[in-house]
Design a binder for this molecule. Sequence first.
Ligand code: NAP
Length: 487
Amino acid sequence: MTSFNESLLRNRAYVGGEWVPAISGATFDVRNPATNELVGTVPHMAPEDVEHAIAQAQRAFGEWSARSANERAEPLKAWAQLIVLHAADLAAILTREQGKPLADAKNEVLFAASFVEWFAQEARRTYGDVIPATRRDTSFTTVKEPIGVAAGITPWNLPCAMVTRKAAPALAAGCTMVLKPAEHTPLSALALCALAERAGIPPGVLNVVTAERSAAEAIGRTLSTSASVGKLSFTGSTAVGKLLLAQCAGTMKRVSLELGGNSPFIVFADADLDIAVSSALFAKFRNAGQTCIAPNRFLVEDSVHDAFVERMLAAMHTLKAGDGMDPDVTLGPVISEDAVKKIERHIANALDRGATLVAGGKRVHREGYFFEPTLLTGITADMAMSCEETFGPVMGLATFSSERELIERANATRMGLASYLFTRDASRVHRVSHALQAGIVGVNTGMIATEVAPFGGYKESGIGREGAREGIDEFMETKFICQAFAA
Ligand code: NAP
């Protein structure tokens, strides 16, 4: 098993540049979903702790936002470098609290660093405009300004990358931030703070408050109703996103929401099946199927269905399940007992309605929340797994026979995050990728997330974009300066 630098494993929250307990003194335990071992104990905070963090972020805002973009970029660059330098240590913490295999955790850490590095550079490109004025004695200009204190709420499935995908653009824009990571994964967020502190990010600029699920609603309400918070950036379920959006209305907060998906994975008969299969293996089984962009509905053209299933089964046999700290493991556990139960419910529902189980289908009876890599065929639109994210290592296949039918079925969901399209026909790529109602289309690839391109969803998959130049705009206001002068 891999060892790691314990100094990044913190047992206190990070507020105003100090490592603090909860005001109440309460704590909660973080356990490894593969082994149930205790990984750490952190403060169980409440709205009063959050109010304090907001006040610290407000205090820090003046100096931080007054800095030049270069001056903000310097500590951000140092933070990115430290994340890369400590990638193995961060990965070990991530794997132990979240379960994903160590190599995947390391990739996530490097992905997390890429946001910090990218936005350190983007800070210098938050250009305004000089607009040709409609009057001779007046100049028209726009400038971009940071919104103020930003709040971030992040999920457990990407415990490092979701933190930096919010914190880096916020800080680069000149905002300060109060961030609440998920109950299951506070340790990665705190480890990132330890490196932010070392990188010279000033006290109060980045604050992380930790809490168990019982306080999530109250903390969310505090962050979304505080008049001192100008922006809320949330990643998580659509249900919670809708609740937060409604709560933010009272203070007219700027809101970005990265929510759930229900991504179609489309394989046309002319696709390179080897590429489709290896992409499906990566996109579906990475993180044990627990990513918002995981394909959730496999739509395969009739004539290649059997060949696709045969090759997919062979590929799935290469997966090795187990504790992610074992370097040979490629499939970790799911996050909790509730996650196992949801997968079981989806499979039972599909089988009741006539689907066929081709592989897997059961939880693995050992310590931890493991589920067999599972393949079902004969999935129909009325089954639970067509309507909701399964969030597990389960593939459900349906067939289609025409492009028109395919587009209708792919778009028959209120979600619109990612979609995947496999075909060799360039005209079809053009037609179908434009017809898909999704924020991201992967064509002949399962790797679609990068810091340089906008990430976000159509319809109920969210509002706004993260990453890319759009990502920093989400933390800025545009001010129009209309200046009259003596002619
Ligand atoms: P979740 O239940 O919505 O939780 C996400 C975060 O919100 C956690 O920090 C959670 O705290 C907190 N939370 C829970 N209830 C809350 C409430 N009433 N008010 C305020 N905050 C609350 O989502 P999840 O099941 O953990 O995460 C998986 C979801 O995230 C999936 O739907 C996935 O698709 C989505 N996701 C989307 C993206 C994207 O970019 N679009 C990326 C990753 C994940 P606790 O942990 O304490 O409950």
